[in-house]
Design a protein around this ligand. Structure first.
Ligand SMILES: [Zn+2]
Length: 408
């Protein structure tokens, strides 16, 4: 399977200038090709083929107007054309219903928050003996190696994010060689609004403190930006601070997702979650926009880690009405408003916790060996643990920065 490994890069002044040039050239080639295709489409002509685009690129590099394209590695320009192809393929597939709905490729702008260039395996980049990343026509860039690469990477993407940080993202091919010893627990997970996740064994997991703190800083940065006068230097500074706060939240959230998904995969033999697209049907627009980005990242981690460590991962595809069915006796007693956190089943008398009941239903729908007893409220139990039970008792506020993983 393919895995992405991300590391922070620290290019010096001339290297940053060279990278800016490379981002710019990749963007121009992408936009030129997109323009050529769209012009042909508007004129009712057949799609300009990739081969033709590539030929035109070679020709245009010899013209005085575009001669500067030769100042950067030709591989990244070719990759730019391939990215355009991929964009079109996804678009056409989405028209055929093979993928979620999406628009055709769009023109890139120098103001885009994320700039990226891609190198193939044979593009002449390498990791030097001194541990630097040698990029063609850029130089030897300092890398913060937060993890070890398990094998030789196939492709490399260099990214500059909205907070002005640089990253190298390597694609590495790994086998499922790290199969964990078999264990017995099987769980269902309900991704809810009250808690980040609720497990069918009764565990409720909230976002850790370091993530909540980063989110608070983000809100502060947002308020500060809105108070600054338009066009002022202070506004630019505030905008940059906001971008950094955004990046910190994204890092902290990713770190939390990594820790939690690893822990769940280690402790359980099988994990079931509800398909997010299906789950989305049951929620409002607002709730979706706030949570879905985070959930899909988390679920994707669970999925690839399950594959990698030899665990079973099941996604419940059908809309199971997990909150309406009693997990103890299976009787469906209708929808309940969101503020109803627990109820008594009219058929069997079980007192059910809404979220845990949903998680048990997810597990049972996946055919996992989960009993309903976790879903039943036991009166002697300590009420609602607000902190992350058993996940990370000592959250380290600097974790996100330490790992330096900030890739999507
Ligand atoms: Zn019941």
């Amino acid at each position: 399977m393919q895995l992405r490994y991300g590391f922070r890069l620290y290019p010096n002044g001339p290297q940053r200038a060279a990278l800016a040039r490379a981002f710019g050239c990749a963007r121009v080639v992408f936009n030129d090709a997109l323009h050529a295709r769209e012009t042909a489409r508007a004129a009712g002509l057949p799609l300009v083929t990739s081969g033709e685009l590539s030929k035109r690129l070679t020709a245009v590099k010899k013209t005085p107007e575009r001669a500067w394209l030769t100042e950067v590695s030709s591989v990244i320009l070719q990759q730019s054309l391939r990215d355009l192809d991929t964009g079109y393929r996804y678009f056409f597939d989405s028209l055929k219903g093979k993928r979620p709905k999406m628009g055709p490729p769009r023109f890139k702008s120098r103001k885009d928050t994320r700039q990226a260039i891609r190198f193939t395996a044979n593009a002449g980049w390498k990791i030097t003996l001194g541990g630097k990343l040698r990029l063609p026509k850029v130089g030897d860039v300092t890398v913060k190696w937060s993890r070890t690469l398990p094998s030789v990477p196939s492709t490399l993407t260099v990214i500059k994010d909205s907070a002005g940080r640089y990253f190298a993202s390597f694609v590495v091919e790994t086998g499922p060689q790290e199969v964990l010893p078999t264990t017995t627990p099987e769980i269902g997970i309900d991704l809810g609004l009250g808690h980040f996740a609720v497990l069918s064994n009764g565990t409720k997991i909230d976002s850790p403190r370091f993530l909540r703190r980063a989110e608070k800083q983000l809100k502060k940065a947002q308020r500060s930006l809105s108070r600054k006068e338009k066009g002022s230097a202070n506004r630019d500074k505030a905008r940059f601070r906001l971008a950094r706060a955004h990046a910190r939240v994204a890092d902290a959230r990713r770190e939390f997702h990594h820790q939690l998904s690893t822990q769940l995969i280690r402790e359980n033999q099988a994990i079931a979650v509800e398909d997010l697209a299906v789950k989305g049907l049951a929620r409002t627009r607002l709730a979706k926009s706030v949570h879905d980005a985070g959930w899909s990242q988390f679920v994707a981690m669970l999925e690839y880690k399950a594959r990698r460590y030899g665990r079973t991962f099941v996604r419940i595809g059908r809309f199971e009405r997990t909150s309406q069915v009693c997990s103890a006796c299976g009787v469906k007693d209708g929808p309940k408003p969101l503020h109803i956190r627990q109820w008594t089943c009219g058929a069997c008398g079980a007192v059910l916790d809404r979220d845990i009941n949903a998680a048990v239903n997810v597990a049972q729908a996946a055919g996992l060996a989960v009993t309903a007893c976790g879903a039943q409220v036991r009166p002697e139990r300590v009420p609602a643990q607000r902190d992350e039970p058993g996940t990370h008792p000592k959250p380290r506020p600097t974790t996100a920065r330490q790992t330096g993983i900030a890739l999507h």
